[in-house]
Write a protein that binds this ligand. Structure first.
Ligand code: 5RP
Length: 216
């Protein structure tokens, strides 16, 4: 699959225009995008990063990492996903970076999602849905999610997000109304964000392959 990830990541460079500040997601597919961005770094103003992991890789390439508070709206955000449905709605957060990813997606005019073919699904939910939670609310949120969705919350023990929080992964879901589920889980006190990107889905999905497929 890493070849498909590389092809998707490199294809996304076609969306980068001169002088842009590029929003950059997190994960192994995005790592290929960052490496390709490094090769055109003189054409861009810099990047806004969604994680410490991506920040480190961007800096290794000599790409300036900027604060979203100082950049305003971004023209382009490029990120991977754990699942993608036919409406370009996503599950994200396998790398625990979902909250900053969601912030940058919201701040961006165009969200280009880069995936390998295994990420395409008819209905979201086979991949356990990540939820970032304030540590003291972990058990409360788990109980409320079980009651709300019927899914099984599992604490991703040992993982602390860049924001100092914990992750619950919700197993055994079949998400027929992702917009409603995103809204309802977001309303539970203690939830920082849920890894459903449905209210603000991707605009374009690039599926890695020979050749890559661009879904608009
Ligand atoms: C990180 C994410 C990633 O985009 C997602 O986990 C996909 O990762 P990869 O490209 O390594 O398969 O949401 O929080």
């Amino acid at each position: 699959m890493s070849e498909a990830k590389r092809l998707a990541g490199e294809k996304a460079i076609e969306f980068v225009e001169d002088g842009m500040i590029v929003g950059v997601g997190t994960g192994s597919t995005v790592a290929y995008f960052i490496d390709a961005l490094g090769r055109v770094k003189d054409r861009i103003k810099g990047a806004v990063s969604s994680s410490e992991q991506s920040t480190a890789r961007l800096k290794q390439h000599g790409i300036e990492v900027l604060d979203l508070n100082h950049t305003g709206t971004l023209s382009l955000y490029v990120d991977g996903a754990d699942e993608c449905d036919p409406h370009k709605r996503l599950i994200k957060g396998g790398g625990a970076a979902l909250t900053r990813e969601k912030i940058i997606a919201e701040a961006s005019k165009q969200f280009v999602c880069i995936v390998d073919p295994s990420k395409q699904v008819p209905v979201l939910g086979k991949f356990p849905l990540p939820v970032e939670v304030i540590p003291m609310a972990r058990s409360l949120v788990a109980r409320e999610i079980l009651a709300l969705t019927g899914g099984q919350p599992v604490w991703r023990d040992g993982t602390v997000t860049d924001n100092g929080n914990v992750i619950l992964d919700i197993h055994n879901l079949s998400i027929t109304d992702p917009v409603a589920m995103e809204r309802e889980i977001n309303q539970i006190p203690g939830v920082v964000s849920v890894g459903l990107f449905a209210r603000r889905p991707a605009d374009i999905v690039i599926v890695g392959g020979e050749p890559p497929v661009v879904l608009r």
